[in-house]
Design a protein around this ligand. Structure first.
Ligand code: PLP
Length: 408
C-alpha cells in the first residue's frame, strides 16, 4: 500500500476532521497512522536495499513511534529523551542510533545507562570521542562528516554547510584514528545535507553523498554503513511537485557505487508531514488593510514553523462550502508576538466566527516544536487508523504548565 506520492490538504475527508474538532475541541493535532505506513512503503520501495531509521525529532509521539517500530525500521535520535522514548515505544537498542549535536554531558551519561552500550553513537566532534572514552563507552561509533555544502527549504536548515554539524572532511581520518586508538569500532560514516530537499535540491544532495563516498573509499577501515541522513522534502506549497523518490534513489546509488557498505537513510519529515493536520477555530474577525484578519485559537506555541522559518502551511476551511465569497485572509494566533502569524494573505472564504480551519503538512515538526509560552497548555493529538480515531495525547491543562514549579 504505497498510496499517492503526496496527500494534499484538500485530499483529507472533511467529516472525520469536523468530528474530531467537535469531540476534542481545538486546537488539536490529527495524525493518520495509515498514511505514515504508506509513506514508509514508498520510501522502502524506492530504496529497497537501504536500512531506514526514522528521525524521531519530526514527531516523537508514542503512536507514531510504535507504528514505525512495528514496521521494523530503526530510530535516529537527537537526544537522550528521544532515545528513551524510542526504547519505551518498542525499538530494539540495536536499532537505535544517537546523533547528537554538541552532546550534553547529561545525554552521554544517560546513554550508558539506558542504551546499555548497544546504541550506535554518531560523533560530531573530536571532543566527543574523548568524552565517550572517559565514560568507559564500549559501543560502536559513527563519524559525522561536515561535508561543506548543504541543501534545504531555508538557509536555517541547510545543515550540511554549517560548521556546527560534524567533523570537517579533511579531519575525518584523524578522528577515525583517534577513535580506533581508544578502542572504539568505527562502523559508519554519516552526513545530513539538510532538510526539505525537493527536486531542485537533488544536485546538492548528490554532491554531499559523493563527498561521503570519497571519504569512505579513502579510509582503510571496513565500514558497516554509510548514512546519508534525511531531508526528503514534501511539497508544502500547492505549486510544488512531490519529490521524485526514484530520482533521488538513483542519484544516491550512483554516488555510492564504489562504496561497499550498507546504505542508511534517516527520513523524518517525509514519513509524517502529510500524515498530519492541525485543527483551529476562528475566534475573531477584523478588517485589516485590503484584507481581513482571522484570529484563531492555535498559534506559534502550537505550530512554530511559520514564525521560525517563515514556513508555508496550506490552510483550508472545513466549514460548509460558501461558494464565491473569497477574500484575502491572514490567519493569526493568540500569542503576544507579532510573528504569531500562521498564514499570510491567503484566498479563503470570508471568515466567520466559529469557522473550523485545517492547517496541512503539520505532522512533522508540529507538536514537537510546541511550547507553553504565554502559559498556553499544549494541544492534544488524535490518531486515525483503520477508519477509527483515538486520543493519543491529551490536552494539557494549566496545572501541567505549573506542575514543575517548586512550592516556596
Ligand atoms: C533532522 C534530522 C533528520 C531528519 O530530517 P528530515 O528533514 O525530517 O528528514 C535526519 N538526520 C539527522 C541527523 C537530523 O538532524
Amino acid at each position: 500500500m504505497t498510496g499517492p506520492t503526496v496527500r494534499r490538504l484538500d485530499d483529507w475527508d472533511r467529516d472525520p476532521l469536523q468530528e474530531i474538532a467537535e469531540t476534542h475541541g481545538t486546537p488539536a493535532y490529527v495524525i493518520d497512522l495509515d498514511r505514515v505506513r504508506e509513506n514508509l512503503d514508498r520510501l522502502q520501495t524506492a530504496f529497497p536495499d537501504a536500512r531506514l531509521l526514522y528521525a524521531v525529532k519530526a514527531n516523537a509521539g508514542r503512536a507514531v513511534l510504535q507504528t514505525l517500530a512495528d514496521a521494523g525500521v530503526g530510530a535516529e535520535c537527537a537526544s537522550i529523551g528521544e532515545v528513551s522514548r524510542a526504547l519505551e515505544a518498542g525499538f530494539d537498542p540495536a536499532d537505535v542510533q544517537y546523533t547528537p549535536v554538541n552532546a550534553p554531558a547529561r545525554d552521554l551519561d544517560g546513554l550508558l545507562i539506558d542504551g546499555g552500550g548497544t546504541i550506535t553513537i554518531t560523533v560530531d566532534a573530536m571532543d566527543t570521542i574523548d568524552r565517550l572514552a572517559e565514560r568507559g563507552f564500549t559501543g560502536d561509533i559513527a563519524i559525522r562528516i561536515h561535508p561543506g555544502t548543504g541543501a534545504g527549504h531555508s538557509d536555517a536548515v541547510a545543515t550540511g554547510a554549517d560548521a556546527k554539524f560534524g567533523i570537517p572532511v579533511d579531519r575525518v581520518p584523524e578522528a577515525v584514528a583517534a577513535a580506533t586508538e581508544r578502542g572504539f569500532d568505527v562502523v559508519g560514516l554519516h552526513a545530513h545535507a539538510g532538510s526539505g530537499i525537493l527536486n531542485d535540491g537533488l544536485a546538492a544532495h548528490q554532491e554531499v553523498i559523493e563527498t561521503i563516498a570519497s571519504v569512505a573509499t579513502d579510509l582503510d577501515t571496513d565500514l558497516e554503513f554509510v548514512d546519508v541522513g534525511g531531508g526528503f522534502g514534501v511539497p508544502y506549497r500547492p505549486d510544488e511537485e512531490p519529490l521524485d523518490l526514484d530520482a533521488i534513489a538513483t542519484a544516491t546509488r550512483e554516488a555510492l557505487s564504489e562504496v561497499d557498505a550498507e546504505l542508511r537513510i534517516e527520513p523524518g519529515r517525509y514519513l509524517v508531514a502529510d500524515a498530519g493536520v492541525l485543527l483551529a477555530r476562528v475566534n475573531t474577525v477584523k478588517p485589516a488593510g485590503d484584507g481581513v484578519l482571522a484570529g484563531v485559537d492555535a498559534g506559534m506555541t502550537d505550530l512554530l514553523r511559520p514564525a521560525l522559518y517563515d514556513a508555508y502551511h496550506p490552510i483550508r476551511s472545513l466549514s460548509e462550502d460558501r461558494a464565491g465569497e473569497r477574500e484575502t485572509v491572514s490567519v493569526v494566533g493568540p500569542i503576544c508576538e507579532s510573528t504569531d502569524v500562521l498564514a499570510r494573505d491567503r484566498r479563503l472564504p470570508k471568515p466567520e466566527r466559529g469557522e473550523l480551519y485545517a492547517l496541512g503538512f503539520t505532522g512533522a515538526y508540529g507538536i514537537e516544536m510546541a511550547s507553553q509560552y504565554n502559559s498556553r497548555p499544549r494541544a492534544p493529538v488524535i490518531a486515525m487508523e483503520d477508519g477509527a480515531t483515538e486520543l493519543v495525547r491529551r490536552r494539557e491543562t494549566v496545572e501541567d504548565v505549573i506542575d514543575s514549579e517548586v512550592d516556596r
